[in-house]
Design a protein around this ligand. Sequence first.
Ligand code: FMN
Length: 332
Amino acid sequence: MPNIYKIPDIPLILAPMAGVTDFAFRELTRTAVPGCVDRFYTEMVSVKGLLNKNRASYRTLPKPHETTTVQLFGFDPADFPRAIEIAFACAPKTEGIDINAACPVRKVVRNGAGAALAKNLPTLRRILEVSEPLVHAEGRRLTLKIRKGWETDPNYLEIISMAMGCGVDAIALHGRTVEQGYSGMADVTVLDRIPEVERSRILWSGDIIDPGSLEKATRCPIAGVLIGRASIGNPWIFQELKNAIGGKPYTPPAAEERIRTIESHVALMEGEMRRERICGAFKKFVSGYTKGIPMARSARNRLLMSTELDELKKGLFALLYENENLIPVEEG
Ligand SMILES: Cc1cc2nc3c(=O)[nH]c(=O)nc-3n(C[C@H](O)[C@H](O)[C@H](O)COP(=O)(O)O)c2cc1C
């Protein structure tokens, strides 16, 4: 008997992840589980990088045909209007602009960007005020991404009402403090403390890994959920969650489908970067693609020592085939 979950029909969104949600990963997710991902974010893009015509920053923008939300990070409100214009010009199908006030990385915070903005509300307000008219004049969405707050000052309630007053369409809330980084669990009880009218415009982020965690985060009405780490090497998480929403059983992919998907993923990466870089860049997906294989840790560790892409692929495919019958075929 499959579990019957009580989950509202809610948008499933691929979370922004630097070093992960590049074009190859977004396209892979789009094609591996068609119709299961309702929205996509880019990795975070530096506004200064765009203004300084930095090639890497331009390459982080969506392709011209892509319907994707561009996440911007920066600290100077004066930089945002031009950066937004550049994003719309390079990627005319950009669906929305998201402002990053969540990133805890020291280099970003030291410059006054990312999570530092959660401690500098006048600057954050100004960034939203200068961005809002531009984004809405183009008929796109303006969103903000925050954490619960800093350890000593979980000020998410204050930020949410300030940002909604500035006209943002939605706020993605990662339920960890900045000091927590990615440790511990995201605190889903913060949702209970947000007034209902604001909560209906909150996108939840943190530890959505299966239908059970999705059910918990959507107990009260919210606007959507972001799926981050659970999607790395596992685009099927979106299928699993969509099925749970629709009350349908879910069968995890067999070895052959995983291998086909890995081949497509590598081919997409080949279109985006030099071949010698792919082996290193692909390693972050190995653990996800071998999810469900018991006792795979030592085999995985061996794979991570590979220095050539072909060696990595060969080892990965062998591991998947050897364990084909061990991968659980029915879950739910
Ligand atoms: C490798 C990695 C990179 C991330 N990069 C970003 C980023 O560029 N912008 C952002 O707002 N959040 C970033 N995040 C945070 C995620 O969007 C998400 O909020 C967080 O991982 C919690 O969700 P999860 O438990 O579903 O992974 C990143 C997380 C990871 C693991």
